[in-house]
Design a protein around this ligand. Structure first.
Ligand code: SF4
Length: 246
């Protein structure tokens, strides 16, 4: 194991969400850490915790151009309620986007490529420009089988640490704390959307489905395809720049 990762896990890996955030934002990665937030169904909880440590923590939102209008309104609502002062709307590179997805329909046929140009590349660029060493995420181990063994502190293949303060929280804990803090719900939650991303790739979930089942549901029907479950921003093996002749 990488020695820096081992040290961080030894000293901080056991901490619960709020003290872990305090240690990471206030000390260990001071000025070199941000959060990537979807401003989706459960995002306000972690943002609320972060606002208690430092309201100027950079919050990065991947403005893919494909979001629900309700999400964009919710960003303003949360930003104002929590007093967040550095919410950054990360846009795709216009030239790359024009080359890769000129009609804006790539999500239908090549969603990984669409996510790369609209999410992965803009985040990589922002991490480099901001000289970030670590990224806070709201991922939780209960959400999907792929996330079941995640740790509170990880080292991604991009060389940046991922801090996952809610990794070990249960669904019930998240719900209770969200309520205790009296946080506003994303307007689509009451319509059955329990995980919210880009509009074309998100549907409400059905009774008994896991909360991310409505993400990229259309990809299960794609020829030879396995259902897409992650956008790729935290995936190991996601190339820095795929060989797509762009
Ligand atoms: S979630 Fe869908 S629309 Fe959004 S970037 Fe990924 S493939 Fe494209």
């Amino acid at each position: 194991m990488n020695s820096s990762l081992s040290r961080l896990q030894t000293y901080f890996g056991h901490l619960d969400a709020q003290p872990l955030l305090q240690a990471m934002i206030g000390d260990e990665f001071a000025g070199k850490i941000g959060i990537v937030s979807s401003f989706g169904a459960g995002s306000a909880l972690l943002l609320s915790m972060i606002s208690e440590v430092n309201k100027a923590t950079p919050v990065m939102f991947l403005e893919t151009g494909k979001h629900f209008p309700e999400t964009l309104e919710y960003i303003e609502n949360i930003k104002n309620k929590l007093g967040l002062t550095d919410v950054r709307m990360l846009q795709p590179d216009a030239k790359l986007l024009g080359n890769v997805d000129p009609k804006g329909e790539l999500w239908q046929t090549q969603p990984n490529r669409c996510c790369w140009v609209r999410k992965v590349e803009p985040l990589q660029r922002a991490m480099k420009e901001g000289d970030f060493q670590a990224l806070i995420t709201g991922r939780k181990s209960y959400q999907t089988a792929q996330r079941s063994d995640m740790q509170t502190i990880e080292l991604n293949e991009d060389g940046k640490f991922r801090i996952n303060p809610l990794a070990l929280w249960t669904k019930e804990m998240v719900k209770a704390e969200f309520k205790r803090r009296d946080l506003p719900e994303h307007p689509l939650v009451s319509k059955g959307y329990l995980s919210i991303g880009c509009a074309p790739c998100t549907r409400p979930i059905k009774e008994g489905e896991d909360e991310r089942a409505g993400r990229w549901a259309h990809t299960a029907e794609m020829p030879g395809g396995e259902k897409k479950v992650e956008c790729g921003i935290h995936l190991e093996g996601m190339p820095v720049r795929p060989d797509w002749n762009i």
